[in-house]
Design a protein around this ligand. Structure first.
Ligand code: SF4
Length: 168
């Protein structure tokens, strides 16, 4: 589904929404038929688009910035390269480890999350990821982690980034 808005003549904002059910091939064909790459469109026309997907590997080629959500909340936001080079949130790390790599000799340490995804209508207290987080501590069960800026433009919501406790 595409939602287009034209707030003025110079800038066109495109809200570009997708789910796993939207064929990536359709998007690829579309932009190629137009003669542009998705990222190229941004510079060419000052476009903004939001692309929603369950497939992080696609994001690498589509987006300049990526936000990762769990149970309806943003848990990490970063420039695409930064996120792929060094994911900080445990949920992002698990997602990254699940990306298929087309190299049979590549050594990949998969992070398999245990438990089911909680009901978003009755989310767990504290950090909503604590019921599945491999590094959860007691504080995570009661205290919602603050959404904080780690570096310029890089945000994460976790009490323990790089093993350091942040009591924000
Ligand atoms: S706040 Fe705790 S439970 Fe939540 S992601 Fe960080 S370590 Fe895991």
């Amino acid at each position: 589904m595409f939602v287009l808005q034209a707030p003025n003549q110079m800038n066109v904002e495109i809200l570009f929404m997708s789910t796993v059910f939207l064929q990536i091939k359709d998007i690829k064909d579309l932009v190629q038929n137009m003669g542009f790459t998705p990222k190229g469109c941004l510079e060419q026309f000052s476009l903004t688009y939001m692309f929603i997907s369950h497939d992080l590997s696609v994001m690498r080629f589509i987006a300049h910035r990526v936000g990762v959500m769990y149970l309806g909340r943003l848990v990490e936001l970063a420039a695409t390269n930064e996120l792929f080079e060094k994911p900080l949130h445990p949920y992002t790390k698990a997602l990254m480890s699940a990306i298929p790599v087309p190299d049979p000799e590549a050594k990949i340490e998969r992070i398999v999350l245990s438990g089911d995804v909680p009901n978003p209508q009755t989310p767990p207290p504290g950090c909503t990821f604590h019921t599945r987080c491999p590094i959860a501590k007691d504080v995570c069960k009661t205290k919602l982690p603050e959404w904080r800026e780690i570096n310029t433009g890089r945000f994460v919501a976790c009490h323990f980034v790089d093993g350091e406790f942040y009591d924000g």
